[in-house]
Design a protein around this ligand. Structure first.
Ligand code: IPE
Ligand code: IPE
Ligand code: MG
Length: 262
């Protein structure tokens, strides 16, 4: 049987906005590296920030569609720890776009029962961005339709390091014996311990790198690369990626015969 991951849910029979048939299996957690905004702008002789601005439409589309399809957690990589090295005007433009996004999309989140959560080193963000993130997290904290997780100022290595420090402090305080540390316990020290690992990672713009995203959590995720630049990412392309996922064989280190026999 294709895609035997028991954690993924069977697609709901709700009508969707795409004309493409519903995929047979919907991942519980979808993570997306939204890439290609700069190239989208360059092709049009526009400043890079225009690419980011146009990427916001694709964000709205995947958020609405993922919610409609019954995805439980949608994690979007919006800004990496390495992206702080970009030219100041681009970083500034992105921060202003985050503010616009957070102000304009709150209604959509509330109407659709979507909880906003942020992950990353938020201390590096301008106060205005951090305050809006916290305010919207607070306003949506009781909503349970879907988690929209924004990875901002996020680095996978950073996340692993802060988990190591948390555990090291507990060892120092005599609360933890190093010999008893398990994978489960380590995962509990990551940013969002209650969120299961993504079954599916989508990266747009034909890039085949992880780029320091969710290093621990992606251990067994299926990776689907889309050739489309993020601002051009459509519902149909999103569905195509979900169909590719639904057709994958996930073996988790076992043999196909073992997987088929359960
Ligand atoms: C992704 O698009 C958005 C961010 C990294 C913030 P890019 O800005 O990386 O676009 P390309 O890769 O240069 O085309
Ligand atoms: C990854 O894209 C980060 C985000 C999409 C936010 P980058 O464009 O920064 O990654 P590299 O530099 O191509 O690896
Ligand atoms: Mg890029």
């Amino acid at each position: 049987m294709a895609n035997s991951d028991s954690d993924a849910t069977v697609a709901p029979l709700r009508s969707a906005s795409s004309t493409t048939p519903l995929p047979a299996v919907i991942p519980r957690h979808v993570a997306i590296i939204m890439d290609g905004n700069g190239r989208w702008a360059k092709k049009r002789f526009l400043p890079r920030v225009e690419g980011h601005r146009n990427g916001a439409k694709s964000v709205r589309m995947v958020v609405e569609e993922a919610r409609r399809l019954g995805v439980r957690h949608l994690t979007l990589f919006a800004f990496s720890t390495e992206n702080w090295q970009r030219p100041q005007d681009e970083v500034g433009g992105l921060m202003r776009l985050f503010v616009n996004y957070l102000e304009s999309e709150l209604d959509l989140l509330l109407r659709n029962g979507i909880r906003l959560r942020a992950m990353g080193d938020l201390s590096r963000l301008p106060d205005g961005v951090r305050e809006l993130l916290t305010r919207n997290e607070e306003k949506t904290k009781d909503l349970s339709g879907m988690d929209l997780i924004l990875a901002v100022s996020y680095g996978g290595r950073d996340e692993v390091l802060q988990a190591v420090k948390k555990i090291a402090r507990k060892i120092k305080a005599g609360e933890v014996d190093p010999e008893t540390i398990t994978e489960q316990m380590f995962a509990q020290s990551l940013y969002l311990p209650d969120v299961p690992d993504p079954e599916l990672l989508i990266r747009t713009s034909d890039e085949t790198r992880i780029s320091n995203f969710l290093l621990w959590q992606l251990a067994y995720s299926e990776i689907v690369v889309s050739p489309v630049l993020w601002p051009d990412f459509t519902i149909d392309e999103f569905y195509r990626c979900l169909h590719v996922f639904a057709g994958r064989n996930r073996r988790f280190g076992k043999t196909q015969e073992q997987i088929d026999s359960v």
